[in-house]
Design a protein around this ligand. Structure first.
Ligand code: X2X
Length: 341
């Protein structure tokens, strides 16, 4: 009996990854750093937090995740997140396809103007062959993608006047995120786009250094952008950014099979919950968030299909140019998935 016990103790010492009585293996980190751009109460932050909570629960505390919102692990520069993730500076992330697009050009797919007409189209991409192809691609880049979440359809707002046709954007200074595709789109629409991080966007809006921005309604409200002078909001649904739940590959490989599956299940569950939260209040069935905005003095313009076509026509050349960069086959596959939704 004594000898058997000693033998087991020895095995636990010399075999990394052997877990005795559910205790963490010796090579597990005390804390895993999870990066997000937005924290709570944004849907994105709620999703990241929920993932951390579920991981702890499902691994019986063996994996302890701490969320770092505000792109804090990359000093607020959200376009550096993917590189930091590959390098292992970040262990895990819930990241927007837009912020990773500078490093993974295929992720620009979701930023093609008017590719996705509705949430169903988004689901057709993320939950279908296109989503699988993108996950396979990411898996070659030192990360393990686990689930698709959602930031949402990005609606344009500004402090000056209502936007219902492309000419209304003429000369407006619009803050855009860090993929050059957005510079092309807003330039094509006659606006004056300027790239900056989310951290810099809010002061720029409040001082009037920029006139407008584009972000999902859930972000617009949670960030209280109407209090920063953003009183005109146009629902044009030109692009939407999904979120991706990922783990750095080396970190992933350091975990037991059982813990890997627990982290995956936690991601799938947290992502599904997060998507539902991201869509709350902005659909035909439930437009409570839009009503709330009207109550805050925001003039909301909902484009008619005819009006939307004018924006689509004005950005068609941008679509065609970027389809080549993204990969014509991938774009074709996406168009087919959207058409068949
Ligand atoms: O910076 C933005 O606009 C945000 C928060 O939506 C992203 O990170 C893509």
């Amino acid at each position: 009996m004594k000898a058997l016990f000693a033998g087991l103790a020895l095995a636990a010492m010399v075999l990394p990854g052997v877990v005795a009585n559910g205790a963490a293996a010796a090579d597990y980190k005390a804390e895993y750093k999870l990066s997000t751009v937005l924290g709570k109460p944004f849907p994105w932050g709620i999703g990241g937090d929920r993932w951390a909570e579920l991981v702890k629960e499902k691994t019986n505390g063996r994996i302890n995740v701490k969320m770092y919102p505000g792109s804090a692990l990359v000093n607020g520069d959200q376009t550096k997140e993917f590189t930091a993730l590959r390098q292992g500076v970040i262990d895990m992330a819930v990241g927007s396809t837009i912020n990773w697009s500078p490093q993974v050009k295929e992720l620009n797919l979701f930023s093609l103007p008017f590719l996705m007409p509705d949430h169903k189209a988004m689901d057709a991409l993320t939950q279908g062959p296109v989503g699988k192809q993108l996950f396979d691609l990411l898996a070659t880049k030192d990360v393990v993608p686990l689930a698709w979440g959602e930031n949402g359809f990005r609606e344009v707002s500004n402090s000056k006047h209502a936007i219902s046709k492309p000419e209304d954007l003429k000369g407006l200074k619009i803050r855009v995120v860090g993929s050059p595709l957005y510079l092309d789109t807003f330039t094509a629409l006659g606006a004056n786009p300027t790239q900056m991080s989310w951290a810099d966007a809010q002061p720029a809006l409040s001082t009037g250094a920029v006139d407008g921005q584009e972000n999902p309604v859930a972000v617009f409200t949670a960030a209280k952008l109407p209090t920063l002078g953003q009183k005109h909001l146009t629902l044009w649904g030109y692009v939407a950014d999904p979120l991706i739940f990922v783990v750095n590959k080396e970190v992933w490989n350091s975990w037991s099979k059982e813990d890997q599956e627990a982290v995956r299940a936690a991601a799938v569950q947290a992502a599904a919950e997060e998507v539902a939260i991201a869509r709350k209040g902005i659909t035909a069935q439930d437009d409570s968030l839009l009503k709330e905005l009207a109550g805050q003095g925001v003039a909301v313009v909902q484009l008619t299909p005819e009006q939307q076509k004018a924006f689509q026509a004005a950005t068609r050349a941008v679509y065609d140019k970027w389809a080549k960069t993204i990969g014509p086959d991938l774009v074709k596959a996406a168009e087919t998935s959207v058409a068949g939704r």
